[in-house]
Design a protein around this ligand. Sequence first.
Ligand SMILES: NC(=O)c1ccc[n+]([C@@H]2O[C@H](COP(=O)([O-])OP(=O)(O)OC[C@H]3O[C@@H](n4cnc5c(N)ncnc54)[C@H](O)[C@@H]3O)[C@@H](O)[C@H]2O)c1
Length: 329
Amino acid sequence: MRFALIGAGANGTVHARLIEALDDDLVAVVDHDLDRAQQLADQYGARAYATAASAYAEVDAVSICLPSALHADAAIEALYAGKHVLVEKPVDITLAAADRLIAVQQETGLTVSVISQRRFQEPVRTIKDAVDSGALGRITSGIVESAFYRPQSYYDGDGWRGTLAIDGGGALMNQGIHALDLLVWMLGKPVQVSARTGQLAHENIEVEDVAAATITFESGAIGVLLASTAAYPGSPVRLSIHGDRGTATMDDDRLVALTTAGAVGEGLGLVGERSAVELAHLAQYRDFVGAVTEGRAPAVGLADGRRSLATVLAVYESARRGRPVELDE
Ligand SMILES: NC(=O)c1ccc[n+]([C@@H]2O[C@H](COP(=O)([O-])OP(=O)(O)OC[C@H]3O[C@@H](n4cnc5c(N)ncnc54)[C@H](O)[C@@H]3O)[C@@H](O)[C@H]2O)c1
C-alpha cells in the first residue's frame, strides 16, 4: 500500500520507520515546513510536499501525524480525496470534530483507524483476553497510571504543546489518553466521571500536568486513573484489572501477574515478553493495512477514539465544575 505521511515532526519520523518496516511504500511526506518534509522524504526515497492535496494522486492511504486539533480536518480532506486514513491519537480535541469525521467516514465508506498502539501490546492483549473470556470473573475495578515526566523544554519547544486550542489538554489529552483508552477498552462504557486536575510543575502552559479521576462504568465497575507529566523521572504505564475471580497486572510493559481462581499461581507471574511500544505501533499498522485490503473494520475504529476522547473531556468538565459529570454517548 502506498502511504503519504502528513506531519514530519517527532512522531511522523516514527511512522516513516514503521511504514518501511511493514514493507509498505512511503511515497510522500507532507509538512507545511517543506524543508522538514524534504529531509524525511530523502531518507525514504519519497517525495516532499507542503500540502496534502498535492500528494493524494500518488497514494492509497494517509497517516496523519499533525498537532492534535488538525486531525479531523486533515482526515476529512483525505477521505473526500478517496484515501484511507490512519490518524494519530487523540482523534481530535472536540467531540464536534470527531463527529464530523465519523459522518464523512460513514459517507465515504473508507477505512479510518485511530492510533492506540498500546491495545496491541502482548501483555495488554493477554489481559483483555482474560477479561473477555471471563477468567477474571465479574470485572469489579481497574486502575491505570500514566505517571510520565516532561521537562519544561517539552512545552516550550513547539508552539502547540500545552495550548488549549491545539493540544486541547495536557497530561491526559496528550499522554494519558493511551492508558485511559486501555481502561475503557477493558471496562466498557463509561457513564460517570469524578475528577481533579492541577498544573503543578510547569509554567506558561494552559493545560493540566496532573489529572486524577474515578470513572464509573455501565457494568457498575469502577476505574481509577492518574495521568501526569510531572512525575519525575517518569514510569511506564501501569494497569491492573480486578474481577471477583482474578486479577491481571501489567507493569514495565510486562504482564507481572495473572491470577485466577481456577489457576492461582505464582507460576503465572511474569508471563509474556517485554513488548516495546513501537512494536505495538507496528502491529496497529499491520491491522490497518489488513483492514483496507480485506475490507474489514480496523481493530481500533472511530467509535473507540471518540469514546476515549469523550472520557477525557468528561474528566476536564468534572474538574472544572468540581462535581461528577455524566457521560451520554
Ligand atoms: N501514538 C503515540 O505514541 C504518539 C506519540 C507522539 C505523538 N503522537 C501524536 O502525534 C501527533 C504529532 O505529534 P508530534 O510530536 O509529531 O508533533 P510535532 O510538533 O513534532 O510535529 C507536527 C508536525 O506537523 C507539522 N504541521 C503543523 N501544522 C501543519 C499543517 N497545517 N500542515 C502540514 N504540516 C503541519 C509541523 O511542521 C510538524 O512537523 C500529535 O497528535 C500527538 O498526539 C502520538
